[in-house]
Design a protein around this ligand. Structure first.
Ligand SMILES: C[S@@+](CC[C@H](N)C(=O)[O-])C[C@H]1O[C@@H](n2cnc3c(N)ncnc32)[C@H](O)[C@@H]1O
Length: 284
């Protein structure tokens, strides 16, 4: 357990001190990299939060998150300081590669009774998991009859709730290739994905740096545009844990700005741009 300094005698006007302390809490809990250059952004976002909570100072806020009932506010804080930008079929080459190379042999195995598992880790509001579900359904329209599960997790419970609702604004429709739009059903100011798409996806809140509720092994893990926010050691640790959670032949897909680092790189072979395969070959 991390020892917390006693701040009761500290003056309230030491804003930089409290912002640094709050940033350290976030780094410890979520592995996020928050160097001093980001402190102005943190201060700006917290200012609004303080007003909302009717707190008079950053010291009061630090007390709140360190206090016995701090867990809920810490979760809100993590949500405030993370970026949730995502799109359907973002980095489309990943979905094309899965469609061409990963999925056909796996689907044949699923048709022979095998369970298939995929994980969108740090998947924001579900766009990544549902893009995979749409790709699968296009290849195998009766996917619901097979034992296939896509786990969609995010640190931020608000994102998980959005993923579970599977309701998106009309503008997001343009991100979905026309043949898949049959699964986008118009509903209040946007569209909701069809039950056959939603039925393949299970949504959960999960801090990737905590113990995982996710049950390995996975045939593919997508962790894209998430690692860039973590400090280097946390990144390496996570890639090692992902490698351990993949089937032999399973794929790890990272984002365009992420880098493969750490000891696990020796077991993950590059197949294409930011696509890595555990071991030597096809799906195992
Ligand atoms: C920029 S979005 C990327 C979404 C999606 N993977 C994509 O590429 O479009 C980053 C997501 O990572 C999540 N995230 C950040 N830190 C996390 C952590 N420690 N555990 C789980 N998710 C985390 C954020 O909540 C956010 O939704």
């Amino acid at each position: 357990m991390t020892l917390r300094a006693d701040i009761s005698g500290m003056p309230v006007d030491r804003t930089p001190f409290y912002i640094a302390a709050i940033s350290r809490r976030v780094e410890e809990e979520a592995g996020l990299l928050l160097p001093p250059s980001r402190y102005p952004m943190i201060e700006a976002r917290l200012k609004r939060r303080l007003a909302r909570l009717d707190l008079g100072s950053y010291r009061d806020y630090l007390r709140l998150i360190d206090g016995p009932d701090g867990a809920t506010e810490r979760a809100t804080l993590l949500g405030l300081l993370t970026t949730h930008v995502s799109h359907f079929f973002r980095e489309p080459h990943h979905f094309q590669m899965m469609r061409d190379r990963l999925l056909p042999p796996l689907i044949a195995e699923a048709q022979a009774g095998r369970k298939l598992r995929f994980w969108s880790a740090g998947g924001a509001a579900g766009q990544e998991a549902y893009s995979l579900a749409l790709t699968l359904l296009d290849l195998v329209p009766n996917a619901a009859l097979l034992n296939i599960e896509i786990l969609a997790t995010d640190l931020d419970a608000a994102q998980t709730a959005r993923a579970a609702r599977a309701h998106y604004p009309t503008a997001a429709l343009a991100e979905i290739p026309p043949p898949f739009r049959q699964h986008c059903l118009p509903s209040s100011g946007g569209f909701t994905l069809s039950d056959s798409v939603r039925g393949l996806v299970r949504c959960r809140t999960q801090n990737l740096h905590a113990d995982w509720q996710a049950e390995p092994p996975f045939h593919a893990i997508l962790c894209r545009n998430v690692l860039i926010y973590f400090e280097p050691k946390a990144r390496e640790r996570l890639i090692s844990r992902f490698a351990g959670a993949l089937t032999n032949g399973g794929w790890l897909l990272l984002g365009h700005a992420d880098r493969m680092t750490g000891p696990a790189a020796a077991h993950l072979n590059a197949l294409g741009q930011t696509v890595y395969c555990k071991g030597d070959g096809g799906p195992g």
